[in-house]
Design a protein around this ligand. Structure first.
Ligand code: FIX
Ligand code: ZN
Length: 411
């Protein structure tokens, strides 16, 4: 194959291969208003709120007093009209509109709103999954949130295209609050983490893994995350999460490196990033070989050592270009490095979509970059005389876009 033929074939296969998006903040329509979609939600995504509040003459508190439409109007004027929408999060909004067949050149925000108003959530879910070719949307589900919990207690997610994840931040990061909620839910727990409490926490994990049919357990951890450690978090991980994870053969996902609320006024947009300690990941993978760990780290500085760690432990599956890394320059850098170090045994991307429409742009942008890297890598292969077949390209790309995840779950 010539480079041009290889490029066309790789791009075609990337487009045609259905994706499993292993980490999102999306919901099925069963969850009502928790499922965010449409232009006003796209424009008020916390990435764009941060970019707006950097340049607009308005205090965050005043911004939050605006209603959703007013917030979206301000973001649109500030980032799209008064300035060119050149950031990745701005461009993403326009990619969504373009892929939906709307006239981006018109800059007609009202017209865009009328389009979305003409759709039902069910219609739009079908449209977005078709346009993005995302076959499975893996959610982030929080039983500590009363609004979400009540939906699960009435039957939960009923759309098989969406799968659940048991998210544990209130228990593992803000432990006192998590323990008090478990007590309210009828679990016999107390702050001191007695043997009885640890047993009851395991019962809670099993109850909710069952209720949700969750694919894995997950937590977001600060740069200071250490393991082993003499603290509540380590005790709960060691005596509750890891045993249940092992017994049920479900991975434990650690998303490491978030500095929460460095600017609290920005609320969701107020989190930042810090370099984390790879030794905690290495210790867990080495000392709990029967456990499986999905890991993504938020600092660019952690990416090389995480990829090297993945070479050492088959029970470590690294995934995604998370949050502040989900930008073309860093996605390309990370995907090249990971392919060179790990071949095809990793998961290059997840969307982290909070707004349904974002599946369209986050995957369109990532496919383009992953394709660029793969063309170079298979071209390098070709120069040795190795001729990769179309079937092999399909096999390899299927692995990267989700197959590795499902096989890791089965491992
Ligand atoms: O902890 C997480 O799942 C993070 O992805 C979110 O808290 C974060 O706000 C986000 O959506 C980043 O893309
Ligand atoms: Zn997330």
């Amino acid at each position: 194959m010539t480079r041009e033929e290889l490029t066309a074939k790789i791009e075609e296969i990337l487009e045609q291969t259905p994706i499993t998006d292993i980490h999102t903040h999306l919901y099925t329509n069963d969850f009502g208003g928790l499922l965010l979609w449409g232009i006003d939600e796209l424009l008020t995504y916390h990435y764009l709120v941060a970019e707006t509040l950097r340049v607009v003459d308005l205090e965050p508190a005043a911004f939050w007093k605006l209603d959703k439409t007013q917030q979206a109007d301000l973001v649109w004027k500030t980032l799209f009209v008064d300035r060119s929408p050149i950031s990745e999060a701005c461009r993403g909004v326009l990619t969504c509109l373009a892929k939906l067949g709307l006239d981006v050149e018109s800059r007609d925000l009202q017209g865009y709103r009328e389009y979305f108003a003409s759709l039902t959530p069910e219609q739009y879910i079908d449209k977005v999954l078709e346009l993005s070719n995302v076959e499975t949307v893996v959610m982030t589900n929080d039983p500590f949130d009363p609004a979400e919990r009540s939906i699960w207690e009435q039957g939960g997610a009923t759309d098989p295209r969406f799968r659940a994840v048991l998210r544990l931040d209130p228990l593992l990061v803000t432990t006192p609050q998590g323990i008090s909620i478990l007590r309210e839910l009828g679990y016999n727990v107390e702050a001191g983490l007695s043997k009885e409490t640890l047993s009851e926490v395991r019962r809670f994990l099993n109850d909710w893994l069952d209720k949700m049919g969750a694919l894995y357990m997950a937590v977001s951890l600060p740069p200071s995350f250490a393991f082993p450690a003499n603290n509540l978090q380590a005790r709960l991980i060691e005596h509750c999460v890891l045993p249940v994870s092992r017994e049920r053969n479900v991975p434990f996902a650690m998303m490491i490196g978030v500095k929460k609320l460095v600017n609290p006024e920005l609320i969701l947009a107020g989190d930042s990033v810090g370099k984390s300690c790879i030794e905690a990941v290495e210790y867990l993978c080495a000392n709990y070989p029967e456990n499986k760990f999905l890991v993504t780290m938020l600092a660019r500085e952690n990416q090389h050592e995480l990829a090297v760690a993945a070479r050492k432990y088959k029970n470590l599956m690294l995934f995604g270009c998370w949050w502040f890394l989900n930008n073309p320059s860093l996605i390309e850098e990370m995907t090249r490095m990971r392919t060179e170090l790990l071949g095809l045994s990793y998961l290059p991307q997840h969307s982290d979509a909070r707004v349904l429409d974002q599946l369209i742009y986050k995957w369109a942008h990532s496919r383009e970059i992953i394709g660029k890297v793969l063309v170079d890598k298979y071209s390098d292969l070709g120069r040795t005389g190795w001729k990769v077949t179309e079937a092999e390209l399909k096999r390899d790309i299927e692995a990267l876009l989700g197959g590795n995840f499902w096989r890791f779950l089965e491992m």
